[in-house]
Design a protein around this ligand. Structure first.
Ligand SMILES: Nc1ncnc2c1ncn2[C@@H]1O[C@H](COP(=O)(O)OP(=O)(O)O)[C@@H](O)[C@H]1O
Ligand SMILES: CC(=O)N[C@@H](CCC(=O)OP(=O)(O)O)C(=O)O
Length: 291
């Protein structure tokens, strides 16, 4: 009886999300294990089968690091952004636009969907400008790191209309044809906003947002964006979670209905989050009120 209830609930969610756009950011830490990677991709293919419109934006920080080490270069970060010199931007482009992007495309295609891999440079989809880092009031130049100026959604919409899953590497360009390395969390948020997506899903290697990261019982299941801001001010949300909540809040302000932060290493986390009543990660909403 319980099984029938769960199934009927899942079906009602499937009907509710039919035809809706879901932007999924698949982070490099979440995709490290090959076996789980296959399962995540199968779940994304399943979303497509049940009539949703998935758009994948991927990271690949660990894969870039691995390649840098192979080439005797040491990865360096400032405020969570990779210091990206001339040589590094070429490596970033090869690893993200080549290796990682095409691996995801192959896996999706192997699972019966049609996926096309592009970077933000294709069709000038992501126009970017140089991003400076502010440390103690000082403006620091960290090379070819960008921030999104404008997203042109035409190419994504054309792919979606043709029944294809767009797989996007977080690279941008400017009017002079420079290449910029952009944090994938921000790219996913901006693309979700520009598409007015129903959902933005950020997949990482932690279950969601914790009130106390050392106490697994403090996972937040639902939260409003105002409280997320407070938790960041209080230092409870820090490090790599900051770009995620910043891009979440910006997406919600721009009309995205809900954001989900999930552990991509947990089996069927996307399906569990979207198609069960309680979910398993953290859901952020624009207008959450605690009753
Ligand atoms: N309140 C919090 N709840 C959960 N994780 C947090 C929190 N504050 C900081 N973090 C950190 O954010 C990390 C996720 O960001 P990051 O490692 O950059 O993810 P990814 O590489 O998958 O994009 C977690 O592993 C954790 O160390
Ligand atoms: C500017 C900057 O830091 N860009 C990131 C882009 C990849 C990314 O965001 O990957 P994850 O989601 O796996 O961390 C980088 O070079 O690592």
């Amino acid at each position: 009886m319980e099984d029938v209830k769960i199934l009927s609930q899942a079906l009602s969610y499937i009907m509710e999300f039919h035809g809706k756009t879901v932007v999924i950011k698949y982070g490099g830490n979440a995709m490290k294990d090959e076996e789980t990677r296959e399962k995540v991709i199968r779940d994304i293919a399943l979303l497509k089968y049940v009539g949703m419109l998935p758009v994948v934006v991927h990271g690949g920080g660990p894969a870039i690091n691995e390649m840098l080490y192979k080439l005797d270069k040491k990865p360096e970060f400032k405020m969570g952004n990779r210091v990206t010199d001339r040589e590094t931007i070429d490596i970033v482009e090869m690893v993200l636009g080549g290796k990682v992007n095409k691996e995801i495309v192959s896996l999706l295609n192997k699972n019966g969907t049609r996926a096309v891999g592009i970077t933000g440079k294709d069709s000038n989809m992501i126009m970017a400008e140089k991003k400076y880092i502010n440390i103690d009031g000082e403006k620091i130049d960290i090379g070819y790191v960008g921030q999104v100026q404008k997203i042109d959604t035409e190419i994504i919409e054309n792919l979606l209309e043709a029944g294809i899953i767009p797989v996007i590497a977080p690279l941008g360009t400017d009017k002079d044809g420079n290449t910029y390395n952009i944090n994938a969390d921000y790219v996913a948020g901006e693309i979700a906003s520009a598409l007015k997506a129903a959902k933005l899903i950020l997949m990482t290697d932690i279950d969601g947002i914790y009130r106390d990261i050392n106490d697994k019982d403090t996972l937040i299941h639902e939260i409003g964006m105002e409280e997320v801001g407070k938790l960041t001010e209080d230092g409870i949300i820090c490090g790599g979670m900051i770009p995620k909540v910043e891009s979440s809040v910006s997406a919600l302000k721009n009309g995205v209905e809900k954001v989900h932060i999930l552990n991509g290493q947990k089996e069927h986390s996307i399906l569990m989050e979207l198609f069960t009543k309680d979910g398993i990660g953290t859901m952020i909403m624009a207008d959450y009120r605690e009753y």
